[in-house]
Design a protein around this ligand. Structure first.
Ligand code: PMP
Length: 392
């Protein structure tokens, strides 16, 4: 193929995207994207970040990253299995086992370079041909891609629908291995998986539960230990992953699971083996975040207070469980209009459209953090209610 033919073919593909109204482009922030930030020389009030506890710019995390960089340098130099494992990685893994499962014997943690890597690794390592993965219909793209990579049969059950899952589990009595895969907090809907019931089903059907705690870590449970820390039964082995990049303010991800799972991941998981280890700075910062949360639940309590504040201001029940607020408007046009109106007023709120959410379910996605003030929350909620008010 000539260069010209290649250019024409790719330009056509781009034109299709543009014509669909789903064109995406990058815009750089001129200051850290905290509660207020500068972009395109304008100051924005931010309701879009996953920095739920405001830790990304916390002085203790910054100091930890600086100290680690001074001591260890900026890069880990190789993959974990070559010479990239530093005592810093091991210290964070130990701290995560303490944080997530109270140091329960038989459990270990393994770091990954991102949540995306962790989910690909987990699913492709734990499942293969002859196995069945039961996957919630609203699972994140990284879980969907992990399912694909595994070559297992994938059965999608209706979102958070335990009856549908039970029926589907019953249809596959002879599967070699059965994995139930779900997010703990759904990233686009802000609702929570019925973990107790999923564990009971797993027990009944001889399945395992893989729980993505990306948006639950630092948010749910005592001291932000996650959804798994809130379930009554510790008997059933639970395989959890979480990110260091959302409420923990840093970068990277982890799996906490029974030791055999961690050993298998270390030996088999290609997204773990064939990539350079996380650099010292984010590892040290995440370790500091975990220490901070172990010491005090003050930030988690501040976040919860702001969740109640936002829920009330938007007219939702004050029991709304998470800092993610979907305002479903339906059509892509309605969302684009609402987003533009809010952005014109200085509120940075993003619109989420297909393929991230199903067609007809386009929405504004707001997040609230521990660092927002009551006045900021009130102001955005008022603006949203004005847009969403039905025409007289
Ligand atoms: N799982 C879920 C539910 C997520 O929302 C995300 C990130 N948006 C990931 C996994 C991937 O995590 P990371 O950003 O660390 O790759």
């Amino acid at each position: 193929m000539s260069l010209l033919a290649l250019q024409t073919e790719l330009a056509d593909e781009l034109e299709t995207i543009r014509a669909s109204g789903r064109w995406r482009e990058l815009r750089a922030a001129q200051s850290p994207p905290t509660v207020t930030f500068v972009r395109e020389d304008r100051t924005w009030l931010n309701f879009s970040s996953n920095d739920y506890l405001g830790l990304a710019t916390h002085p203790r995390l910054i100091a930890a990253a600086q100290t680690a960089t001074a001591a260890w340098g900026v890069g880990a130099t190789a993959s974990r299995l070559i010479c990239g494992t530093l005592t810093l990685h091991s210290a964070l893994e130990t701290a995560l086992v303490d944080f997530k499962v109270g140091g329960q014997p038989g459990y270990r943690a393994l770091l990954f370079n991102s949540g995306y890597h962790a989910n690909l690794a987990l699913l492709a390592t734990l499942a293969g041909a002859g196995d069945v993965i039961f996957s919630d219909a609203l699972n994140h793209a990284s879980l969907i891609d992990g399912c694909r990579l595994s070559r297992a049969t994938v059965v999608v059950y209706r979102h958070n629908d335990v009856d549908d899952l039970r029926a589907k589990l019953a249809e596959h009595p002879r599967a070699r291995r059965k994995l139930i895969v779900t997010e703990a907090v759904f990233s686009m809907d802000g609702d929570v998986a019925p973990l107790d019931e999923l564990l009971a089903l797993a027990e009944a059907f001889g399945a395992w539960v893989v729980l993505d705690e990306a948006h639950a870590t630092g948010v749910l449970g005592p001291h932000g230990r996650g959804l798994a820390a809130t379930v009554a039964s510790a008997d059933h082995p639970l395989i959890t992953m979480g990110t260091l990049s959302k409420a923990l303010g840093s970068f990277g991800a982890f799996v906490v699971a029974p030791e055999v799972v961690i050993e298998l991941l270390t030996n088999r998981a290609r997204p773990f083996i064939f990539t350079t280890a996380l650099p010292p700075a984010p590892v040290a910062a995440a370790l500091e975040a975990v220490c901070l949360l172990q010491e005090s639940d003050q930030l988690v309590r501040m976040l919860r207070a702001n969740i109640v504040e936002m829920a009330t201001a938007l007219g939702l029940p004050p029991t709304w469980p998470t800092p993610i607020f979907p305002v479903v408007l339906g059509s892509e046009q309605a969302v684009m209009y609402a987003m533009q109106t809010l952005q014109d007023a200085g509120f940075y709120v993003v619109g989420i459209r297909p393929p991230t959410v199903p067609p007809g379910a386009s929405r504004l996605r707001l997040t609230v953090t521990a660092a927002h003030t009551e006045a900021q929350i009130g102001a955005v909620a008022k603006a949203i209610r004005a847009i969403c008010r039905p025409p007289a």
